[in-house]
Design a protein around this ligand. Structure first.
Ligand SMILES: [Zn+2]
Length: 151
């Protein structure tokens, strides 16, 4: 059934940043990419996204979340400021809808994602082509909950 979704949970090491990735694919069928940019190479990132799925993000302490930007500054790379794990990258369209690419390594099911990843190199893109590609391929973010506890 096309409408079936698989809730894949994950997050950073310390639990400050949590994800629920509702994918239309089982873990062993996710499209996995290895990006050739220097950030992803340094992290050993494997990325996935599902334009027909959705993503929920839960943040315990927003002050301990780093939103790192580099290169063309077209996306926020969410990194936990407590444990240092890169979880996902976010961008917004004109209507402030967020879209995400997810670091497969932070999913609880990461070991089931054993298929070969496709190496991608986006170095030659313009800002516009980059944004258009991401809006097609990345996962719509349906909620970002911040539990602003003790600040
Ligand atoms: Zn953490």
């Amino acid at each position: 059934m096309n409408s079936q979704h698989f809730p894949l949970r994950g997050g950073c090491h310390c639990g400050n940043l949590k994800l629920i990735f509702n994918s239309t694919q089982t873990p062993n069928r996710l499209a996995v990419r290895t990006c050739a940019c220097s950030f992803c190479r340094k992290h050993g990132t494997r990325s996935t996204s599902d334009p027909n799925g959705d993503l929920q993000i839960q943040i315990i302490n927003p002050e301990k979340v780093i939103r790192y930007r580099f290169g063309m500054h077209t996306a926020d790379f969410l990194i936990c400021g407590c444990c240092g794990v890169y979880v996902a990258a976010l961008m917004q369209n004109e209507t402030q809808q967020s879209f995400a690419t997810i670091n497969v390594n932070v999913l609880d099911c990461a070991q089931l994602v054993s298929q070969d990843s496709v190496t991608v190199d986006y170095d030659g893109e313009t800002i516009q082509s980059r944004q258009e590609r991401r809006l097609q391929a990345w996962t719509p973010v349906v909620s970002i909950e911040e539990q602003n506890s003790q600040s």
